[in-house]
Design a protein around this ligand. Structure first.
Ligand SMILES: Cc1cc2nc3c(=O)[nH]c(=O)nc-3n(C[C@H](O)[C@H](O)[C@H](O)COP(=O)(O)O)c2cc1C
Length: 371
């Protein structure tokens, strides 16, 4: 499949993320679909991530002039069209022949910030060359720090304007379905950014395997400082759930935090991210932008995240479904749908700008809006 011009290609006939998921299930192999869909363990947190957003009740203000609705924001020096960012997700060539090249085209067409994964299947230099909008690079620190520093430099040279250090995966999560499927990359598909990296051999049988050869289990706060010391661009920490960890970011050279449980793919029974968000927002006390991801499927979810103090949200699975169904145009479609739903939510809430999305828009149990 050649490059898709996202502007020229008619989008598939879907009106929400759920319909796109159903189409992705039809298009992908059962193994690839399960890789995207799955969580860890008994997938309690996977369900909570989505449910928890729906449990929050809204308290709209009416008789507000909403003739103009503005979803724009400024984030780490970028002017963004909406607070919907594309989260780092691995292995896009499992979902589209052009992989991350297609994703970055879709992101640009949607005017959305894209975070490319270390575990991409197209090299960061090629993705950077294809990018016409802003993008960040997600870092998994490798055991070989020299290789990691060199990879970071490659990403920066290619145009990454921030590094997103993922901290919530020191060891493997219990991804039963992937283990049952013995999920690996198909022939001809590789982790292009890790070419030449010497992996630590792991001879353990699958039932005893705990460590991921692509992740260093020794990483600590010292390595956050190490990454900041080699980085030429801001460092964002992804995977923060605890308020004390969020507070600790203030003592390190961290530019933003992402409240995330990795899409419920690592430690099952951690809380839904929306439950962790208020504690992190309170802990950083306005000194850093707080982003959140996990289970965001509707514009109302985006609005709720901002009402609770997030600056922006990231989406993972939804844009992967879009990529699988319709390449770049599918990625753009997902962002467009969420942005339109967000505009509807803002209009209906009486909140014409993102700054108007305040805590008084939450309905409390006594039947009164919260003040
Ligand atoms: C298929 C898939 C691959 C992922 N790969 C990565 C990755 O390489 N690095 C990372 O930091 N997070 C990764 N994540 C987690 C996402 O960045 C994000 O935290 C999560 O998908 C958000 O939840 P959502 O899918 O419910 O929107 C991955 C998620 C999925 C679904």
């Amino acid at each position: 499949m050649g490059p898709v011009d996202p502007a020229a290609t008619p989008p598939p006939d879907v009106v929400n993320c759920h319909e796109l998921e159903a189409l992705a299930r039809e298009r992908l192999t059962p193994q690839a679909f399960a890789y995207v869909a799955g969580g860890s363990g008994d997938e309690h947190t996977l369900a909570w991530n989505v449910e928890a957003w729906s449990r929050i009740r809204l308290a709209p203000r009416f008789l507000v002039d909403v003739s103009s609705i503005d979803t724009t924001l400024r984030l780490l020096g970028h002017d963004l069209a909406s607070p919907v960012v594309l989260a780092p997700t691995a292995s896009h060539r499992l979902f589209h022949p052009d992989g991350e090249l297609e994703t970055v085209r879709g992101a640009a067409a949607a005017e959305a910030l894209y975070v490319q994964s270390t575990l991409a299947t197209v090299a960061v230099g090629e993705v950077g060359a294809a990018a016409t909008g802003p993008w960040w690079f997600q870092v998994y620190i490798q055991r070989d720090r020299g290789f990691t520093a060199e990879l970071v430099a490659r990403a920066e040279d290619a145009g990454a304007s921030a590094l997103v250090l993922t901290v919530d995966l020191p060891v493997l999560g219990a991804r039963d379905t992937d283990r049952r499927n013995s999920l690996g990359l198909p022939v001809g598909v590789e982790y292009a950014n890790l070419r030449g990296l010497e992996l630590v051999p792991d001879d353990l049988p699958p039932a005893r395997r705990v460590y991921n050869p692509h992740l260093d289990p020794t990483v600590t706060w010292r390595d956050v400082d190490w990454l900041s010391s080699v980085a030429r661009v801001p460092v964002v920490l992804k995977g923060v759930l605890r308020a004390d960890d969020a507070r600790r970011c203030l003592d390190h050279d961290v530019a933003a935090v992402v409240v995330s449980n990795h899409g419920a793919r690592n430690l099952d029974t951690v809380p839904a991210t929306v439950e962790a968000l208020p504690g992190v927002v309170a802990a950083v006390d306005g000194r850093l932008p707080v982003l959140v991801d996990g289970g965001i499927r509707r514009g109302t979810d985006v609005a709720k995240a901002l009402i609770l103090g997030a600056t922006a949200v990231l989406i993972g699975r939804p844009y992967v479904w879009g990529l699988a169904v319709h390449g770049a145009a599918g990625v753009k479609l997902v962002v467009d749908m969420l942005r339109t739903e967000l505009e509807m939510a803002m209009g209906l809430l009486g909140a014409p700008t993102l700054a108007d999305l305040g805590p008084d828009l939450l309905w409390d149990a006594s039947g009164e809006p919260l003040r």
